[in-house]
Design a protein around this ligand. Structure first.
Ligand SMILES: Nc1nc2c(ncn2[C@@H]2O[C@H](COP(=O)(O)OP(=O)(O)OP(=O)(O)O)[C@@H](O)[C@H]2O)c(=O)[nH]1
Length: 190
């Protein structure tokens, strides 16, 4: 198996959710617990990129952002800076439907040459469910220094591999940003 660390991004403002996003309850469990459950059959090398004490109930290492207020890119920068493995699975904290199978697919299809491997359908790219190589750290730092914080701009600068998925395969990759989106999800599943 490839040496791998999983980093879950749990920073940011959660302005649309208005409460700590990773801790929102879905089917009686915080989002982040669903995500950890999907990761554990693969590895227990899990670290949370957060400064929030609210995640202290989880046993995993927590790392605060090295550069604050830079969005997910700042979280990825912190993750890769602390990483001791070449491959790093970066996940947002708002994807409660993610499955072990999809994560395994991503890991198995990543190649050293790719730098970054992510899923995308015709209509949607999922940069915050991806494998990121440590060797892209300098490009991320330059992007942060020049305030180019959009994930899609980072992808444009670097070689990356896209695992193509059908439109109907987006569902388990859905990220939930607000209570309205959570209500829609619950309705969808009922
Ligand atoms: N470590 C870290 N993670 C972040 C940061 N900003 C966003 N994230 C994470 O990145 C993922 C996507 O976040 P977004 O939905 O883009 O932003 P958000 O600030 O959480 O939410 P909004 O304020 O509603 O946009 C989530 O897992 C966030 O926890 C940050 O500055 N640092």
């Amino acid at each position: 198996m490839k040496a791998l660390t999983v980093f879950i991004l749990c920073g940011g403002k959660s302005s649309r959710m208005q409460s700590e996003k990773g801790l929102v309850l879905f089917q009686d469990k915080p989002f982040i617990d669903h995500i950890i459950q999907a990761i554990l059959p693969i590895t227990n090398q899990i670290k949370l990129i957060t400064a929030s004490k609210q995640y202290d109930y989880l046993e995993y290492e927590k790392i605060p952002d090295l550069i604050v207020d830079k969005g997910p890119l700042g979280g990825i920068y912190t993750a890769l800076s602390h990483s001791e493995t070449e491959f790093n699975l970066i996940l947002s904290c708002d994807i409660p439907l993610i499955s072990t199978e999809l994560l395994q697919e991503l890991i198995s299809k990543h190649t050293k040459e790719a730098g970054i491997t992510i899923f995308a359908s015709e209509s949607k790219t999922h940069p915050l469910i991806g494998i990121y190589s440590k060797n892209i750290l300098s490009v991320i730092k330059e992007s942060i220094d020049s305030d180019e914080l959009k994930m899609m701009d980072l992808l444009a600068k670097l070689p990356h591999q896209i695992i193509k998925i059908e439109e109907n395969e987006n569902f388990p990759l859905t990220n939930i940003n607000s209570i309205d989106e959570l209500n829609d999800l619950n309705i969808n599943l009922s």
